[in-house]
Design a protein around this ligand. Structure first.
Ligand SMILES: [Zn+2]
Ligand SMILES: [Zn+2]
Length: 163
């Protein structure tokens, strides 16, 4: 390290290293991945968990996954959500799936989005029986809330969409 040349542009003294192939790569050529880039995945594959990549490895292993992830995130934001209290509207929906559960997170929106993202990844377009609960925790000197939730994935015909 330090004396190696960049595997992309061949300039000497490349100071970074690709997380996959371990080749040296310079700052200009390196592809960076933010820490929370794939944070909604249930399990983050090893190849997607590095912070620095050379161009080839990023292109081969990360770029398409990242694009798909972002696309699914957009879909998740638009998914139909029915809370448990709306059981009147959803009573005829098929309930054949097991409800999702998410780990505790910092706010209600994130909890919802995490459930929605799981549904999208599994090929559904709606969440029903959604229930988000919060509990207070002490964080040093102040109190804050954490949120957890459950929801069941469902396929809802867009034509019969309830408004
Ligand atoms: Zn370079
Ligand atoms: Zn590489």
């Amino acid at each position: 390290m330090g004396n190696s040349s960049c595997c992309s542009c061949l300039k000497p003294k490349a100071t970074l290293q690709c997380g996959i192939c371990d080749d040296s790569v310079c700052k200009e050529c390196a592809q960076f991945l933010g820490e929370d880039s794939f944070s909604f995945l249930k399990e983050i594959p090893k190849n997607l968990s590095h912070s620095t990549y050379c161009y080839n490895c990023f292109d081969r292993d990360v770029a398409a996954e990242l694009a798909a992830y972002e696309k699914d995130m957009k879909k998740a934001e638009g998914i139909m959500i029915f809370e448990k209290a709306q059981s009147k509207e959803t009573r005829n929906f098929r309930r054949h799936e097991r409800p999702y559960q998410i780990p505790e997170c910092a706010d209600r929106e994130e909890a919802l989005l995490r459930l929605a993202f799981m549904a999208v990844r599994d090929g559904f377009n709606a969440l029903i029986d959604v229930e988000i609960t919060s509990r207070k925790i002490r964080n040093g000197t102040y109190q804050t809330s954490v949120y957890s939730g459950t929801g069941m994935p469902a396929r809802v015909n867009a034509n019969s969409r309830w408004k």
